[in-house]
Structure formats: structure tokens, C-alpha cells
Design a protein around this ligand. Structure first.
Ligand SMILES: NC(=O)c1ccc[n+]([C@@H]2O[C@H](COP(=O)([O-])OP(=O)(O)OC[C@H]3O[C@@H](n4cnc5c(N)ncnc54)[C@H](O)[C@@H]3O)[C@@H](O)[C@H]2O)c1
Length: 315
């Protein structure tokens, strides 16, 4: 099997995990990493045993690199992803993909025009419990889908200084709702605000409505002293509860509670393996650039709804 040559741009808290996981995966060959911070670049490069750079333009000249993970600060993701696409590399860009949906659309266009893969780091889609729920909704094992409630709360990770809790955190659940329902919401209503953060919202309560009256609720904040990441899906015949952190899934109906077990694999490895396979087999990725654009458009509608205190319809 020919390995896919990969590199990582931005090796902070999350990008260093991409570098480590690429190193551990059979189907990828980590060629180089890059970070603006020279000390960090050096430290991570020596941990994973590859060359480092502080300038991505230089690094991207390397012909051995076929694909790149972009894990920089959220507001510079698109700029670095563009550079990589222009250099002819396939791209996995971390969420939220870009600073806004317009930038995200331009990225998608650049990938399409150059015949390159573009995928977005919506990691939750690689959690087996979420995939199980998605199949149960599709096959109506739960009866008719009624609603889904997601809660993703924690303390503010202070290194995140360029976006608020919606684009940083709720965006995972916005995408998960799209994955589960297979539909776009028809409208959104939200209340957001900042209690501690000076610049951006640090809490968001979001209601997405789908055609036929289905709905989704998302509670997201950076105010809760401990981390909770859960999903409850209600169907007309049963409910499913997922703890994203432990990956425990419970299926409950009037008679019983079942708890299926899944093989434990790091979701990031599943995501990166999938990215490499999509490149070598020319398969469509589970998460497309269009999914990233949709999630950002919904995030923008959420902010508008809260600012104007009204329901915002989506196109
Ligand atoms: N999918 C997930 O579950 C998940 C989890 C955590 C973070 N993320 C995403 O990953 C990204 C990084 O988050 P983080 O927590 O690692 O942030 P971080 O601040 O710890 O790291 C960002 C790194 O990028 C580097 N950087 C910034 N601009 C650069 C550029 N132009 N070229 C090279 N390096 C550059 C910085 O020096 C820093 O080391 C964010 O977009 C975040 O939303 C995704």
C-alpha cells in the first residue's frame, strides 16, 4: 500500500494530535509540520521525528506532501487552507473551516476547481455511537424522529481568543444535527450572550426547526466548571442517549435499556484514516466542504437571531 504523504499546519493543542495520529496510522507518512511559533514547531517536530518549518509557503513546496491538516487559529484556517489548495494539496481543515461562510464557499470553489479533496474536522461524526444513532434514525428503529437535544459545556479554554462558543463549540452539534436528520433546518431561534468573555459570546441556547415539526436544541457554554458533552434523541418509540466523552450509548424503550458496546478507537485516527482513504480511493468524504459551509451559515443565522431577537429563516 502506497502511503499518503501528509503535513500539519498549526501544531498547538489540537494540531499536535493530528501530527501524532498521522505518525501512528499505517496509511499515512507524516513528512513535515509547521507552526508560526518556532519553539513549538521544533518541539513537536522532534517528538514525531519529522522536519519543521515556521512558514507554510516554504513547507508546501515539498512534493512528497500530498495532503495537509490545517489546525491554526480559527480565523486563519481559510488563509492556510487556500495556500495548501493552491499548492495542489488535499486539505482537512479544522472546524469552523473559515471565519465566515463566504470564505468557506471560496475554499470549496478552490478545491473543486483544482480537483482536490476538502474535508472539515467535524470529529463527532467519527464517534461510533453517533453513527449508530444516525442509522437508527434513517431506518426508523426509534420510530419517527421527534427531536434531538445536545449539551456541550465547559469552562472557557482561554487559548481560544478569536471566535465565540458558537463557532468554536456549538458548531460540532450544528453539524451533528445535519448528519442525524439529513436535512437543513427551516428556521432558527437563539439566545446568546457573554457573561465572562469580553469579546465573544460564551453561551448559546439554540433551537433549530425542521420541516414536519421536528426540532433540535443545542446548549453550549464556556461557563460550566466541568465538561459535559451529551446528546439525547427522542423518537416516537424509543430514545437514544450518547455521552460523547465516554462514548457510552443507551437505547431505552418502554420495556428495556440496551447498551451496545463499540470497539474503542480514537475518533481522530478514524477521521484521518478516512481522509487518507478518500484520497487514495477517490471516495467522497463523510464530511464535505458543503457540510462546513452549511454549518457556518447556520452559525451566522444563530447570531442574527440572537442579535435581532427573532426567528431567522434559512434559505
Ligand atoms: N475537531 C475538534 O474536535 C477540535 C478540537 C480542538 C481544536 N480544534 C480546532 O483546531 C484549531 C486549533 O485549535 P487549538 O486549540 O490547537 O489552538 P492553539 O492556539 O492551541 O493552536 C493553534 C496553533 O496554530 C499556530 N498558527 C496560527 N497561525 C498559523 C499559521 N498561519 N501558520 C502556522 N501556524 C499557525 C499557532 O502558533 C498555534 O500553535 C482551531 O480551529 C480549533 O477550532 C478542533
Amino acid at each position: 500500500m502506497k502511503k499518503i504523504g501528509v503535513a500539519v499546519i498549526g501544531t498547538g493543542f489540537w494540531g499536535k494530535n493530528h501530527a501524532r495520529a498521522y505518525k501512528e496510522i499505517e496509511s499515512t507518512n507524516l513528512v513535515a509540520i509547521c507552526d508560526l511559533n518556532a519553539e513549538r514547531a521544533q518541539a513537536i517536530a522532534s517528538q514525531v521525528g519529522v522536519k519543521e518549518d515556521t512558514n507554510s509557503t516554504e513547507m508546501l513546496r515539498d512534493k512528497e506532501i500530498q495532503a495537509v491538516s490545517v489546525c491554526t487559529w480559527s480565523t486563519v484556517l481559510a488563509q492556510e487552507a487556500f495556500k495548501a489548495l493552491r499548492a495542489g494539496k488535499h486539505v482537512l481543515v479544522e472546524k469552523p473551516m473559515a471565519a465566515d461562510s463566504k470564505q468557506a464557499e471560496n475554499l470549496q470553489k478552490a478545491a473543486q476547481e483544482n480537483g482536490l479533496h476538502l474535508t472539515v474536522g467535524f470529529l463527532t461524526r467519527f464517534i461510533p455511537g453517533l453513527q449508530h444513532i444516525q442509522k437508527a434514525i434513517e431506518s426508523k428503529t426509534l420510530g419517527d424522529f421527534v427531536c434531538a437535544t445536545a449539551k456541550r459545556v465547559t469552562q472557557w479554554p482561554e487559548r481560544i481568543g478569536d471566535v465565540g462558543v458558537i463557532k468554536d463549540t456549538a458548531i460540532h452539534d450544528i453539524d451533528a444535527m445535519h448528519y442525524l436528520t439529513g436535512e437543513d433546518p427551516v428556521d432558527v431561534f437563539a439566545k446568546t450572550g457573554n457573561m465572562k468573555h469580553k469579546q465573544f459570546e460564551d453561551y448559546a441556547h439554540i433551537m433549530l426547526t425542521y420541516k414536519d415539526g421536528k426540532s433540535a436544541f443545542i446548549e453550549s457554554n464556556w461557563l460550566t466548571p466541568y465538561k459535559t458533552r451529551t446528546l439525547v434523541v427522542t423518537g416516537s418509540d424509543a430514545i437514544m442517549k450518547l455521552d460523547y466523552m465516554t462514548q457510552d450509548l443507551w437505547i431505552e424503550d418502554a420495556k428495556q435499556t440496551l447498551q451496545p458496546r463499540f470497539v474503542s478507537v480514537e475518533p481522530l485516527k478514524l477521521e484521518l484514516q478516512h481522509f487518507a482513504r478518500c484520497i487514495s480511493e477517490k471516495e467522497k468524504p463523510l464530511v464535505t466542504g458543503l457540510d462546513g459551509i452549511k454549518a457556518l451559515k447556520i452559525a451566522e443565522a444563530i447570531m442574527k437571531s440572537s442579535a435581532e431577537n427573532k426567528v431567522v429563516e434559512l434559505e
